[in-house]
Design a binder for this molecule. Structure first.
Ligand code: DAH
Length: 353
């Protein structure tokens, strides 16, 4: 093969290549370590000066042309590959969505219930507060008038977290937020604090983690009458039942005196619970007048009184929305969530008047 033919065939093969791999083969064939042109270049040194100059110029010129058309060809191949892929992967974004594939995200009933409580208690003038899930013994127990060895501690089935110097607990109720708020906020004070709580207890009606909301109102002349009015309005608004009856039943909590548990009336019609009707009672929350010891432990010097209340959010949700089993709340079962969950666009109607 003479040099002209060799040059021509090298350029032709580049032009005829249809893939990046083919191009690479052509490059190796002519310019690889043992490539046809590489070999020709190696023979240059044995030629005499005139011939070497002539052939050298020719081959170097070829090299430049070869690699620039190789680059051109490579670009062409790549862009045609992209075009091909674009045509193959074409997605008509104007097509209507397949309806049965539309999985609408839902708000978990716990979040929905908390949102409702935030609206109601916020509307009634209470400020949203939060406390930590991991509490120290002081805030969870001692400051709430539950000293060491107090029998009430046994009732709390506490998860303990041991640290070298101090023992911490997973808070067993939201009541420690009362202490934290009293310590840091100016008086008068009106707060509520929803959040997670933990007890080492698990059966049909108990889960190790659950939610409560705490309320605390402190001023110079807060009375039990204020508490009754407040709880009455809250329950009627939350359950949307103007005729709901409430019963304040004497009870005991270490951090309130006097203390009460509040029952609401209901009737059971062939297994279905109807609130605000009938003569049966069920308990929904605990409350009372803040114990003087709580004020003392929180460093309150001013002469004040206050009321406090605490309730379980799962229980409120179950009564309002009819879920039969507490444990389902935390199973992450999509079917359950689709059934009991709430739409983002659904408005919370809080009026009962
Ligand atoms: N902390 C109580 C519990 O977990 C509930 C409670 C009762 C809270 C009475 C209060 C209250 O603030 O006044 O059982």
């Amino acid at each position: 093969m003479n040099h002209n033919q060799l040059i021509q065939s090298a350029l032709n093969e580049v032009e005829r290549s249809n893939s990046i791999e083919d191009l690479e083969l052509v490059r190796v064939k002519y310019f690889g370590k043992n490539g046809l042109i590489t070999q020709e270049l190696k023979t240059l040194s044995s030629l005499d000066t005139d011939k070497r100059k002539e052939l050298g110029a020719k081959l170097n010129n070829l090299k430049k042309n070869f690699f620039s058309s190789l680059e051109d060809r490579k670009n062409k191949i790549e862009s045609s590959e992209i075009n091909l892929r674009l045509r193959k992967d074409f997605l008509d974004s104007t097509l209507p969505a397949r309806e049965n594939n539309l999985l609408e995200a839902k708000i978990h009933p716990i979040n929905q219930t908390i949102n409702e409580i935030v609206s109601i208690l916020g509307g009634m003038g209470l400020m949203y507060e939060e406390g930590p899930d991991i509490e120290d013994d002081f805030h969870n127990f001692s400051a709430l008038n539950i000293p060491k060895n107090h029998p009430a501690r046994q009732m709390h089935d506490t998860f303990y977290i041991k640290n070298e110097e101090e023992s911490y607990v997973m808070r067993t109720h939201t009541s420690p937020v009362q202490i934290r708020s009293l310590k840091k906020m100016p008086l008068p004070l009106r707060i509520f604090a929803p959040g997670r709580t933990y007890r080492c207890d698990s059966d049909i009606t108990h889960t190790p983690m659950f939610h409560q909301v705490e309320g605390l109102v402190v001023d110079e002349e807060i009375t039990f009458a204020n508490l009754k009015w407040f709880i009455d309005i809250f329950c009627k608004t939350f359950f949307k039942k103007e005729n709901l009856k409430l019963r304040f039943r004497p009870s005991y909590f270490p951090f309130t005196e006097p203390s009460a548990e509040v029952d609401i009336n209901y009737t059971n019609e062939s297994g279905k619970i109807i609130l605000g009707e009938g003569t049966k009672w069920m308990e929904i929350l605990g409350c009372g007048m803040v114990h003087p010891e709580v004020f003392k432990m929180s460093g309150i010097k001013k002469k004040v009184t206050g009321f406090a209340f605490g309730m379980g959010i799962e229980r409120l949700a179950m009564l309002k929305y009819g879920m039969p089993d507490l444990r389902d709340f935390f199973d992450s079962d999509l079917k359950w969530l689709e059934h009991y969950g709430f739409s983002f666009l659904e408005e919370t109607d809080l009026s009962w008047r």
